[in-house]
Design a protein around this ligand. Structure first.
Ligand code: MV4
Length: 501
């Protein structure tokens, strides 16, 4: 079936990314937005846009009734959920199935299976896929946990079965710590996922996080598009990702790729997905979980394989067979992605919000900028603070890294705090240059962090302040009110509106 209209159930840079893919395919798009996102970039870029509610995510981007009502009203045939929000929600996928709207993602059955960590550990282990040693059922009473921990061997890691992304995780070093950790973990899991089931795994110190990008059509054809390494994370938020991983050779890559295909086939999973593994320094790898969505870091795979993942998602959802096989998939060069967050790395990564007074986007050979903001836009406090992603491609890792550094140096965002300076420092670290990117990278080499005020940065700040002051004094001279929203060319540059919006 050829899709004519797709509802994009997300905001920010990923909504923009999906809208672009649709436009390229001649599919018209319907954006949804909350009351604070009326002027957001994704709203401006879509063909139609409808408000789904107040700023709180539960009342807007997570509001299934409102979103499905927009789908009906706009006659959209399919919904692309992006990442986060409803992307991995089996109930939402089921509701779409009931209402005959295509959910661009796996079906509700596959979503429910991969969303249950214990169930997928059992399923994958039966299929011969290596899993981290540990429990294959949800823990019951404290005696049960104690016996299992004894068998696994301390330290153990407590995880939420409904979780993912590290929420509710606790390292337990000895039996004395167990009871309290289990109680706290259950409470946290209940609060975060509405499900208090927890279980224990062997704790692996400082593993590498390696994930395989997968595509599976509805006829059972499955391919992998090689791996990404995403070991540089802060509180389970990835910050820098790359492809390929420096830790794999071709033999290990092929072996893990085979295992990843087996995971997807075992789960009878369709559409785009990611199979996550943890790997220790001896090259032992273990299946961790399936991420049932388009991932934030998908562009590093796109730049190294040439496959447009969003277009593939749309093709698969419309029932098309994959038009290439595993042997047709090639890798070329190296890609690195840095996530630009609205947060203050000098102040505990406090989220920053407000008006973007000025944006200069990075460019040049091999540089891609997936961006959800513009000069003059408002960054609300209510959502994930990701503003944009800079992705650099090079013939090898060092060329990609230098292009990344250059791109981050070009980039200017005035008006809010961002992670741009912090990222410049990460990709300049000797340990990053050497590829020593374990999950403990940030705490080991980067924290606490202070911005070094070099001459260029100082000049940029002074220029910004001067221009702002000039705008204010002119406003005063001309008898205009000096408002809280400061008058400056930065703001005027972005203060335009598209007619009708
Ligand atoms: C682990 C682990 C060590 N041992 N499991 C973090 C997020 C979630 N998806 C799984 N995570 C981990 N699971 C065992 N048995 C360490 C982590 C982990 C981690 C994994 C990948 C990247 C960054 C990380 C940071 C802290 C902990």
């Amino acid at each position: 079936m050829k899709l004519k209209k797709v509802l994009v159930a997300n905001r920010g840079e990923i909504a923009v990314r999906v809208i672009r893919a649709c436009r390229e395919l001649g599919i018209s798009t319907v954006a949804i937005y909350s009351e604070v996102d009326r002027e957001s970039l994704h709203v401006q870029m879509a063909d139609e846009a409808l408000c789904v509610g107040p700023p709180a995510p539960l009342e807007s981007y997570l509001n299934m009734d409102a979103i499905l009502a927009v789908a009906r009203k706009s006659k959209a045939q399919a919904i692309h959920p992006g990442y986060g929000f409803l992307a991995e929600n089996a109930d939402f996928a089921r509701r779409c199935e009931k209402e005959n709207v295509i959910f661009i993602g796996p079906d509700s059955r596959a979503l429910a299976l991969v969303g249950d960590k214990v169930a997928s550990r059992v399923t994958m282990s039966r299929a011969g896929i290596p899993i981290i040693p540990g429990m294959k059922e949800k823990g019951s009473d404290i005696g049960h946990f104690l016996a299992e921990a004894e068998q696994i061997g301390y330290p153990v890691l407590l995880k939420a079965s409904a979780g993912g992304g590290g929420k509710g995780m606790r390292v337990i070093a000895c039996p004395e710590e167990l009871a309290q950790a289990v109680e706290a973990g259950k409470r946290e899991a209940k609060g975060a996922f509405g499900d208090e089931s927890v279980y224990l795994e062997k704790y692996l110190p400082a593993p590498r996080h390696i994930e395989f990008q997968m595509l599976a059509d509805k006829e059972g054809n499955v391919v992998h598009l090689f791996e990404r390494e995403c070991s540089i994370q802060r509180r389970h938020q990835k910050i820098v990702e790359e492809a390929p991983s420096v830790a794999l050779d071709d033999a290990l890559r092929a072996e893990m790729g085979e295992a990843a295909i087996a995971v997807i086939k075992t789960a009878r999973y369709t559409n785009a997905g990611t199979v996550e593994f943890l790997m220790d320094d001896e090259g032992h790898f273990y299946f961790l979980e399936v991420n049932a969505r388009l991932q934030v870091e998908h562009p590093v795979t796109e730049l190294t394989t040439g496959v447009d993942l969003v277009k593939q998602q749309i093709f698969i959802a419309s029932g098309r067979k994959l038009n290439f096989q595993q042997r047709d998939v090639n890798r070329f060069g190296h890609a690195i992605e840095c996530r630009i967050y609205a947060e203050d790395p000098t102040n505990g990564f406090m989220p920053s919000s407000g008006r973007v007074l000025f944006l200069r986007e990075p460019g040049g050979p091999g540089v891609r900028h997936d961006c959800g903001i513009y000069s003059g836009c408002q960054v609300p406090v209510h959502y994930d603070p990701i503003l944009s992603k800079v992705i650099a491609w090079g013939i090898d890792r060092e060329e990609a890294r230098r292009r990344m550094l250059s791109a981050l140096q070009e980039m200017v965002i005035l008006g809010i705090q961002t992670s741009v300076g912090f990222l410049q420092d990460i990709v300049s670290q000797p340990e990053f240059v050497a590829g020593n990117t374990r999950t403990d990278f940030l705490e080991k080499y980067m924290l606490p962090w202070k911005q070094e005020l070099d001459q260029d940065l100082l000049e940029a700040i002074l220029l910004g302040a001067a221009v702002d002051a000039q705008g204010k004094s002119r406003a005063q001279k001309e008898g205009l009110p000096v408002r809280e929203r400061k008058i400056s060319p930065w703001q005027m540059g972005g203060g335009w509106r598209i007619g009708g919006l």
